[in-house]
Design a protein. Structure first.
Length: 348
């Protein structure tokens, strides 16, 4: 790896001399050079997120002062991110996309308008498109950066909020100058699975629907993401006193009682979230969670759970006959348990 050469490409790109064949592009006085981590002797240990770019950057800037913004709503439209991903693919043709929650990661050499030069990463993961970097005291230990002190004079974690925003805007602007490569991948994260496509410069994405990924068990493939959403909400309702109690060596029963009280504290919010998730599975999973933790279910909520777990409404969601038989059995058993449930884990 010739770091001096990469730094020169970044300097040139910052001056407006782009070289797409070498993965170099610039904007707003910044220069960026992109490389595939799989083709370089670069260690990704000690890296962490610096800031988002694309859809999530815009989202967090708009809702920065809100306590619990609903990130899930943003995930339905990632068209602009897909175009940026297509540009990265053009700059790094060897880039391979994964199917798990880290779709890709590349590393960059960056030059700023005030002559700061540093290495960074660009990746697509759980927080969507984001840039990362290595902490200052760790970078010199990373394989491939033994000449850190000679070529690099800055660390992106030292950016002010304003500088960080300028950096992200320049990165987006630079990528928008690059021809768009085709993208065709299924991406999976904790919220579900997404088809992500770019063809002829036109982005297309959609979440794979429940009907395409219907579970056999109440809590199975396709429904876990709803359980995670409910757990995320419950986690936001923990008080400092709750956290201290959990650290104080309480008994198993005391822990169960504490968790039950926390769930009861956000009972109405859980129901509201189930409505917003707009899926029959969400109400089924909510019923499962409440019974699992011994939380009282009102007659009104029981009606909602039963109304969203009728076999006739989902009998065609599974193609395989054996899967349909298993699902029908699980659903009938679940409905019977909901009907008999009286707010005691022993009765579930």
């Amino acid at each position: 790896m010739n770091i001096a050469r990469l730094v020169q490409f970044a300097l040139d790109a910052a001056e407006g001399v782009n070289n797409f064949n070498e993965g170099a592009v610039g904007s707003n006085g910044f220069g960026f050079v992109f490389r595939d981590v799989d083709n370089e002797d670069i260690g990704l240990e000690y890296t962490s997120k610096v800031c988002n770019i694309g859809t999530m950057r815009e989202f967090f800037e708009e809702f920065r002062n809100e306590e619990n913004p609903d990130i899930f709503q943003v995930y339905s439209d990632i068209s602009s991110d897909l175009l940026l991903i297509g540009a990265v693919k053009s700059l790094v043709p060897s880039l391979q996309f994964a199917l798990d929650d880290l779709l890709f990661i590349v590393w960059m050499v960056v030059k700023t308008p005030d002559n700061k030069i540093f290495p960074a990463t660009l990746y697509y993961g759980k927080t969507r498109l984001a840039t990362g970097g290595w902490s200052r005291n760790r970078l010199s230990k990373v394989v491939g950066f033994s000449k850190y002190k000679e070529y690099f004079n800055f660390n992106p974690f030292d950016f002010t909020i304003e500088e960080q925003s300028s950096y992200a805007e320049a990165l987006e602007s630079a990528l928008q100058k690059v021809p768009i490569s085709e993208v065709d991948v299924v991406y999976r994260d904790e919220y579900g699975e997404y088809v992500m496509v770019v063809r002829d410069g036109i982005p297309y994405s959609r979440m794979i629907s429940d009907e395409e990924y219907w579970p056999i068990e109440i809590l199975g493939n396709g429904s876990w993401r709803y359980y995670d959403r409910f757990e995320d909400l419950i986690g936001t309702r923990l008080t400092q006193a709750d956290r201290e109690s959990m650290k104080s060596g309480i008994t198993f029963q005391e822990h169960e009682d504490l968790r039950r009280s926390i769930i009861e504290r956000c009972y109405d919010d859980l129901i509201e979230l189930a409505y917003r998730l707009n899926s029959r599975l969400a109400f089924q999973v909510l019923g499962f969670l409440l019974m699992e933790d011994g939380v009282k279910i009102t007659d009104e909520l029981k009606g909602l759970i039963l109304g969203n777990s009728r076999w006739r409404d989902e009998r065609h969601n599974l193609k395989d006959k054996e899967d349909r038989i298993k699902r029908r059995k699980c659903l009938f058993q679940f409905r019977a348990e909901v009907l008999m449930y009286d707010g005691d884990t022993n009765s579930y």
